[in-house]
Each structure stands twice: as C-alpha cells, then as structure tokens.
Design a protein around this ligand. Structure first.
Ligand SMILES: *Cc1c(COP(=O)(O)O)cnc(C)c1O
Length: 395
C-alpha cells in the first residue's frame, strides 16, 4: 500500500481569520474547463464579474476588477500604483495589516509617516486630523477598514472627510469587510479600496478585487513615471479587462469562474441581507461568549462582525484549545497575530461560515473544552444568550 493511495476529504469548519468555507456551487464552477484568455465567452464572464464587483463594493467606479493574487496583492496594487519614490504618505496602524501597508509603501520609496493606535482600538479621527496638520501635505493616507488581527471595524465617515479636506488619496483595506459589512466606496468617495476573495466572499484565495475612483484612476493612467511593478500595473491590467484589448498576463480562468459564482451568491442573498446576517450571528456569538464568562478584546461599538477576538483566560493554554477544537471537532479558529500572539483567539464568521449552526457548534465545543481544562465556563448560559439573540432576528 502506498501513502498516496487515497485523497482524504477535508470537511473542516473554517472559523479562523480566513479562508472561510467555500460554497459547493463555487467549487463546481471552478471545475469548468479553462478557455483562452481572449475567448469571447471568457471576456463576457469578466465583464459580468466587474458588474457584480461594483455591486458588492457599492460603487459605479469604472476601474473595478480583480487582481491575480491574494489580498496582499490588492494592497500592493493600491500602493504601488499611487506611490512614486519620495512621496509622503501617512499610514494608520492599529494592527498587523497596517504594518504591512507601511512595509510595502516603504519598498516603493515613500517617505512614510505612521499614525498608530493601540491594537484593539480604532484610529481616532481627531488624532488623524492633528497628525495630518503637523506632518504637512501628504499624497496618500492608508487605513485598514476591518483589522483582522484585532477584530476592530474602523469607522470611516470622519476619516474620509478629513483625508479629502487634505486633498490626499484615501486607500482602504477592505479584505475582511467586503461582503460582510458595508464598504462605503461611493458613499464616502473612497479613492482606492481593495479586498481578497477568501474572507467574506467565501471563494478560494487567489484574487484581489479592487476598485479605483475617477480621480485616482486618472492619476494612474497618466503617471509620468511607470508603476514600479509590472505585474500589478493597473493601467495595463485594465486594458485587458476592457474587452481584452491587450495581453498582459494569463488570468486564472478557474478562479474567475469561482469569483463570478461567489458574487452571484452575494447578489442572490442581497448585500444588505448579508450584512445583517453577519451582524446577527456575530452578536449571538459575542453574547454567548460573555454569558459564558469570557472577555472580548474590542469594545462593542468597534466590533467587527466577521471576526471576534476573545481574551485567553489566565492559566489556559491557548494553543491546546485550538488543537483540541481541530482534533475533536474538526473546527478551525485562529491564534493571535503579532503583539497579540498567545493573548487572544480569533473566531471568524465570514461569508458562508456565518451561520447560527456554526455559532452554536462553536460555543458548545469551545465551552466544553475550556471547562475540561479547568476554566469555569457557563456553557448553558452561553447557549441561552446566543439563542436569545438568534431568535430576535431573522436568519
Ligand atoms: C487577510 C488580510 C490581508 C492579506 O490577505 P492575503 O489574502 O492573506 O494576502 C490583508 N489585509 C487584511 C485586513 C486581511 O485580513
């Protein structure tokens, strides 16, 4: 017998920080045969996918497409297309992914000013306003909308007003918000917003949806100096997406099929219904955890529905809890990242993973494990509290 005899099936519940569980409809769409990148049928799938992307981004932006690569490629696209060496940029850092923006901006030669907030808190608009005045004119401000490392949903209304008054471009990381909470692209005239497919869109990883407002698009199309990254140069990538005017690189047809189907699923549900579902299930989870005797990292008004962060109680081996959830229940949750490593668990309810079934399964499995490890978890109270929230809303 060979160890390559039979492929196992991986029927795990993915309640980590992404990837989330992929709908079988999306997997079936992926199995369709690839075709040529100039094939009329494929070009019409691309054009339909852009239309669906505009719907989830809530935008009319012409320059809306999906970059080949994961969320980080979206981040790198946004920054590399707007930054020229020597540009002054301000990056807001309230978690791990803000730091990644800093790293990328520096690699493209920007003079980066960092504005930070403690992990677990948002960026406060009055602080940003002061910093912007003190730092002088900047070309771009970068901020993470949904900080997956902390579970904070960054309010954007005031931030957008301040950045626009300063005339800088506002770049927003919506990797964990797109498809899970409102991404106010047009409502707040956000200049560039990028995302990833494997979080609240419940599609496999590999594409980075991005949308660019008219002013930023105009800048990118007319740059004097070429973008410092060929693969991610939007001015060329856009020509391919515009009816296949040029060859730039071969897109993954199968990933595009998957994204197209995942976006149809979002449209069928209705984007507002989807936000409400994420909110309700996250509320049920939070109430359940608190009734069980656990503490959450983030204050209620800044909580991110697709990702909940739980403080690890004293004396509990956080890695052992994750290990047991996987081995006993085939359920994945995430560990803390960066400075929160070992201090929190991260529980995702993203896209098709955001269900009442998963909330209740997780609460009982997690509570049971904690109890067996010596933490006095009030499992029944937790389930009761979760039921109460779930019964109050429509699922
Ligand atoms: C996951 C994530 C990224 C990076 O996405 P990858 O798909 O892992 O490249 C960037 N920003 C945020 C906020 C994320 O949650």
């Amino acid at each position: 017998m060979s160890r390559f005899d039979r492929r196992p099936t991986y029927d795990k519940i993915l309640m980590g920080p992404g990837p989330s569980t992929v709908d079988p409809r999306v997997l079936r769409a992926m199995a369709e045969p690839a075709m040529g990148y100039f094939d009329e049928d494929f070009l019409s799938i691309l054009s339909e996918t852009r239309e669906l992307l505009r719907y989830v981004f809530q935008t009319k932006n012409e320059l809306t497409l999906a970059i080949s690569g994961t969320g980080t490629a979206g981040m790198e696209t946004a920054l590399s297309n707007l930054i020229e060496p020597g540009d002054r940029v301000l990056i807001c850092v309230h978690g791990f992914f803000g730091n990644r923006m800093v790293e990328i901006a520096q690699r493209y030669g920007a003079e980066v000013k960092v504005l930070s907030s403690p992990w677990g808190e948002p960026i406060y608009p009055d602080v940003l306003e002061k910093e912007l005045k003190a730092f002088g004119k900047v070309k771009l401000v970068g901020i993470v909308h949904a900080e997956t490392s902390t579970g904070v949903l960054q309010p954007l209304d005031e931030i957008a007003r301040i950045v626009h008054e300063s005339d800088a471009f506002l770049v927003v990381d919506a990797v964990t918000s797109l498809g899970g909470v409102e991404v106010p692209t047009d409502r707040l005239s956000l200049d560039v917003v990028y995302s990833g497919t494997q979080k609240c869109l419940s599609c496999p990883p590999g594409l980075a949806p991005i949308t660019v407002g008219a002013k930023a698009a105009d800048y990118i199309r007319n740059r004097a100096k070429k973008v410092g990254n060929f693969y991610l140069d939007l001015s060329i990538v856009e020509k391919y997406w515009d009816g296949g005017k040029v060859y730039h690189h071969t897109p993954s047809m199968n990933l595009i099929y998957a994204l197209n189907e995942a976006l149809r699923i979002v449209a069928e549900e209705g984007i507002e219904n989807r936000w409400r579902r994420h909110e309700l299930n996250a509320k049920a989870l939070a109430s359940g955890l608190e009734a069980m005797g656990l503490e959450l990292l983030v204050k209620p008004q800044y909580r991110l529905p697709p990702l909940t962060t739980i403080k690890v109680p004293d004396g509990i081996d956080e890695a052992m809890v994750r290990k047991r959830l996987m081995s006993e229940y085939r359920l994945e949750i995430g560990a803390g990242l960066g400075e929160l490593k070992g201090k929190i668990w991260r529980v995702g309810l993203m896209g098709s993973t955001s269900t009442a079934r998963n909330v209740l399964t997780f609460l009982s499995a997690f509570g049971g494990i904690l109890r067996s490890m010596g933490f006095k978890a009030h499992v029944e109270d937790g389930l009761e509290a979760a039921f109460k929230v779930l019964e109050g809303g429509c699922r």
